[in-house]
Design a protein around this ligand. Structure first.
Ligand SMILES: [Zn+2]
Length: 498
């Protein structure tokens, strides 16, 4: 419930046109006009020419993985074992983990280190914290490096080096995601507030298998920073159907903030692991067992699953990365007659571009992945990258785009996401396939719930006030866009500069 009426005075609401006043009342945008006289009792906010946009959405996140990743120590910059140990020692002194939890680090690459990593180095790092288990994961996740406290905890006290490889550290890998719910909820409180501070009003939570009850609990306990739409995976499809929850249904007692999301199914692998399912074989894998990548859910399984979901009112969200997987996913949508989304849609046949609009399938894409993976794509999708991350071509073919981060794969920050879509460059590098860039207006529209880049009277009062003009910003400026304030349903969730 909101009782406040707020008048935003002097807002830029699009790329051009005069400054306007935006009136918010009863949780909705009541009016947008050049001059709205204020009435007694209203909150009047001088926006002073800043841009006011619809509130931003991240259409693909794994929120709990994101908040766990943010607790972990980044070791990707360590150039030696000694440097990594120094980072661990500093963290143990300044920000030790909660009692009972290990300190988890990630991203170390020891192939070129002058000194080999060893358990003893970690034990000597911070003798006063010798009881804290330390678990450091390598950048490729093929090994981990532990101290003696972790070795004791996981039954590896006799291990000669504390470097556990491959299956040796599987149990540890599972255990470190076992964070008690109250702690996780506390971390979520911080992370949702930070998202609001970037202008985010909502996320589509696609973490497996179903985070609906967790988010219901968090919101009922008072976390009201975001709207959260929670997708369900095949493992719990039966349960979702039995509970009669349809996509878009608002969960009671959450003030309208938690909604049932789509039915998420993963049909192929990924680009980096060369498991995305493609028409052309991967260079070097021609004679292997999976030259085209991996089709995890073939059509004869996918179609019945989608039929079941669709009949129960659940919109499918189908993960498809390779061109062949996308082709089959679109076929499945066509056969079922369902509308929904394809998640990722990274490599597409030209002939499939127009099918998104024709079938009512949203292309739910993560532009920053293109920045992370452009070099990999140039190598293993050589000759085909003109139709990889083809946002411009999708838009030209009439597709509706929905932008997201896939956090923790890339940061939960819609400005980074939009910058990648608009600029297709990063860190001063030349734009990658700039012909596939999309205009900022399209990037904003694909980051809102309405699909529009501008607010309109009658909309939910979800909005963001930016600190600089997004319509004239460079790619680098977009990435770092200051956010002056964020409003959700007429209530400020972030307010700094207005
Ligand atoms: Zn994902």
């Amino acid at each position: 419930m909101t009782t406040t009426t707020t008048l935003l005075r002097g807002a830029r609401t699009g790329p051009s046109g005069p400054l306007r006043d935006v009136l918010v009342s009863g949780g909705r945008v009541a009016n947008i006009a050049e001059r709205i006289p204020a009435e007694p009792g209203w909150e009047v906010v001088e926006v002073a020419g800043r841009t006011v946009l619809p509130g931003l959405w991240d259409h693909h996140v794994h929120f709990d993985q994101w908040i766990m990743a943010r607790q972990r120590l980044d070791l990707s910059g360590a150039a030696s074992a000694a440097e990594a140990v120094a980072l661990v020692a500093e963290r143990l002194r300044t920000r030790p983990p909660e009692p009972g939890l290990p300190l988890v680090g990630y991203g170390f690459r020891d192939a070129l280190w002058p000194d080999p990593p060893h358990r003893d180095l970690l034990d000597d790092a911070a003798p006063e914290a010798a009881h804290v288990p330390v678990i450091l994961m390598s950048g490729d996740l093929h090994c981990c490096w532990i101290n003696s406290a972790a070795a004791r905890r996981y039954g590896w006290s006799e291990h000669p080096t504390g470097i556990l490889r491959e299956s040796e550290w599987q149990a540890i890998q599972q255990d470190i995601t076992n964070v008690p719910a109250p702690l996780l909820d506390g971390w979520a409180e911080v992370a949702t507030a930070e998202a609001a501070a970037r202008g985010v009003v909502g996320v589509v939570e696609l973490e497996a298998p179903w985070r609906l009850d967790a988010w219901t609990r968090r919101v009922r306990a008072g976390n009201r920073a975001l709207r959260v739409v929670c997708g369900v995976w095949p493992a719990l499809l039966e349960e979702a159907v039995a509970r009669g929850l349809r996509t878009g249904e608002v969960i009671d007692g959450t003030g309208g903030l938690v909604e049932m999301g789509p039915f998420k199914v993963i049909t192929d692998g990924s680009l980096n692991t060369r498991t995305a399912y493609c028409h052309d074989p991967y260079p070097g894998l021609e004679d292997g067992t999976h030259p085209h990548g991996m089709l995890l859910v073939p059509p004869d399984e996918l179609v019945p699953m989608m039929e079941k979901a669709w009949a129960a009112g659940l919109r499918p969200a189908v993960h498809a990365i390779g061109d062949w997987a996308n082709n089959l996913a679109l076929d499945a949508f066509e056969r079922v007659g369902a509308q929904g989304a394809i998640e990722h849609a990274q490599l597409l046949d030209d002939a499939d571009l127009g099918r998104f609009a024709a079938l009512g399938v949203v292309a739910s894409v993560q532009p920053e992945h293109a920045m992370d993976d452009r070099d990999v794509a140039d190598r293993i999708w050589a000759g085909r990258t003109g139709r990889a991350f083809a946002f411009g071509a999708l838009l030209a073919a009439g597709a509706r785009l929905a932008l997201g981060s896939d956090a923790p794969v890339s940061p939960l920050d819609p400005w980074i996401t939009m910058a990648a879509a608009v600029d297709r460059g990063r860190d001063g590098r030349q734009p990658w396939h700039p012909e596939q860039a999309i205009p900022i207006e399209a990037a904003i529209a694909a980051s809102t719930r309405t699909g529009r880049a501008e607010l309109a009277a009658g909309d939910e009062a979800d909005l963001v006030v930016t600190g600089a003009d997004p319509f004239t910003a460079s790619g680098a400026e977009l990435r770092a866009m200051p956010v002056a304030a964020t409003m959700l349903g007429g209530r400020w969730t972030w307010r700094e500069a207005v």
